[in-house]
Design a protein around this ligand. Sequence first.
Ligand SMILES: C[S@@+](CC[C@H](N)C(=O)[O-])C[C@H]1O[C@@H](n2cnc3c(N)ncnc32)[C@H](O)[C@@H]1O
Length: 212
Amino acid sequence: MEIFEYIESMNSRPELFPDVLAYAREHKVPIMDPDALQVMKHHMHLTGAERILEIGTAIGYSALHMLSVSDDVEVVTIEKDADSHRTAKAFFGTYEVAGRVDPILRDAKEIDPEMLRGPFDMLLIDASKGNNEYFFENFSPFVKDGGLIIVDNILLRGLVVEEEIQSRNRRRMKEKVDAFNKKIAASGMLSSFLPVGDGLLIISKQEEGKNA
Ligand SMILES: C[S@@+](CC[C@H](N)C(=O)[O-])C[C@H]1O[C@@H](n2cnc3c(N)ncnc32)[C@H](O)[C@@H]1O
């Protein structure tokens, strides 16, 4: 058994939302990897995060997992694709969490964050990867000091370390994600780049002037 298979088997647990997972697989909806989800939920436990802002709902899989951490968790989640938003709302109804989740159908780049009823304990950035920096700059001011900012897919399935990329779009995407990662790494903020799933970045928002 490979070491990563061993870790995976130790981490594996019954799926809480099998029909949502099955839908994602059938319709090829990209969702967070189980180990990245697990690490994120663990951090929610450790920090007591209850008010969450998510950029990138898709069909609501990660939001459902965040809502499952405690009955006190509330999620505001933004999605620009109408079909995904509708499907997410249906799943929120199925799992009877509609009262704790505010699904917003909008392009997050067109939203005034002041309108979102912050501040938030945690921000999850999981939308168009080339916009990580934009989302970070615009939405992290609405995370409380001591709160968390989590960014998924910071490795782009290995693309971030590829030298020769033929496709212009992929090269551009790599450059943007890499530039954002490097900016965070150089910022002095308390951050961890974790090799779980497709790479998970966890940043602790600290008071201005305090470094890691
Ligand atoms: C990786 S999926 C999100 C997966 C979800 N967080 C999960 O794990 O279940 C990314 C989603 O972000 C949405 N998206 C991309 N750019 C966006 C934007 N500018 N504003 C809102 N949603 C966006 C896409 O339509 C897609 O549904």
